[in-house]
Design a protein around this ligand. Sequence first.
Ligand SMILES: Cc1cc2nc3c(=O)[nH]c(=O)nc-3n(C[C@H](O)[C@H](O)[C@H](O)COP(=O)(O)OP(=O)(O)OC[C@H]3O[C@@H](n4cnc5c(N)ncnc54)[C@H](O)[C@@H]3O)c2cc1C
Length: 382
Amino acid sequence: MDLTFEPQHDEFRQEVRAFIARELTEAIYADLSKEDESYSPIFHKKLAAAGYVGMQWPEKLGGRGRSNVDMAIFYEEMNYALAPLGAYTGSVVFVGQSIATYGNNEQRARFLPRIAAGEVTCCWCLSEPEAGSDLMNLQLRAVPAGGAYRLSGQKIFTSGAHRSDMALVATRTQPDKVGTRDGVSLFVVDMRSPGITIRPLWSMAGWRVNQCFFDNVEAPAENLLGRKDTGWNHILTTLGFERSAIGKVGFLMRGYDIMHRKVMTSPPAAGSRVPHRLAQLRAEILTCRWMNYQIAWRQDQGEDLFWEASLSKLATSELIYEMSDLGMEVDGLAGLRRSNSHGAEGLFEKTYRTIPFYLIGGGTPEIQRNAIAMRGLNLPKR
Ligand SMILES: Cc1cc2nc3c(=O)[nH]c(=O)nc-3n(C[C@H](O)[C@H](O)[C@H](O)COP(=O)(O)OP(=O)(O)OC[C@H]3O[C@@H](n4cnc5c(N)ncnc54)[C@H](O)[C@@H]3O)c2cc1C
């Protein structure tokens, strides 16, 4: 057993670091809008031009055939650098990877090269006002009409919908099956289709998520992704991708380094609990880091993992809360000042406000514990 990186992994990490040093300039941060501070169209195009968007897909589909471990390295470095990956994650990890996994060959050839080229960006339309944790209550209808389907209903909390070209939309193709896992199908939908209305929901972090209203929106039958009526497992697959991506270990490592530097230059008062909390944080970050690499490596061996993504999401999202709380304590009174920065300055204050995204997005901590307890550990239902 050898828990180290292969030489090609180190080489790839150096490549990503060189890209960040060259391309993630102050101008990129300055260009971010307050409304959407995780998204830079310029940086997304640069990522695409360098072959990072969809890098895990085969070359003939616009990718570079890279492994899941490479993806984990890429994410760690980008998150450490606080790179704006908003459109990347929605397009590549949630939607693109779903098309690659349960789409057919024609759909892969039609969609993936355009995503990889940075020509189109995507969002994930799953949650509804009455179906967040309780996904069996999913209600947005898709009714056959000629050679197409007509979609009607509402989605909520959709990240990036207002700037996305395409969405992966979870629908109910058998409306009498609401409340069960049956009669569910997924569609790729053009977000500029007539009948779609998008309204902002402003989060306390300052940036927007969205309500999406679908009024008789046409989706061609060839955009039905995966199996018709039995798409429940496809939803779980996409949720697994989403939960893996929310586990931002690189971000935790950056937060730890900032705090460590501050404590070294300005030591806390005698008796402060800060050193012990920092030590605990360090131990837990390293645990999460190796857990994430192990999950990625097992995926590279062909294992189909689901509840392991919940382990990663639960542990890292709660750790991000702990990091921002400790960071506020280390910053002292200055930590209460509202951050205007997109970079490292004011990181903890901003993260403190953003924490619901990490905790709730992709499913709340209680739902992750349910998934781990029931699917992973086979414990009896409460
Ligand atoms: C910033 C942000 C971005 C998001 N982005 C997206 C996106 O891009 N696309 C998308 O589709 N969705 C997105 N979501 C939605 C997110 O997935 C849901 O908010 C989440 O699944 C919780 O659903 P809910 O808000 O309806 O809460 P509810 O399901 O109403 O839950 C309320 C409370 O009850 C608890 N609870 C519910 N059921 C159980 C249970 N069985 N056992 C124990 N406790 C339970 C929950 O843990 C929670 O504390 C986003 C959410 C946020 C906050």
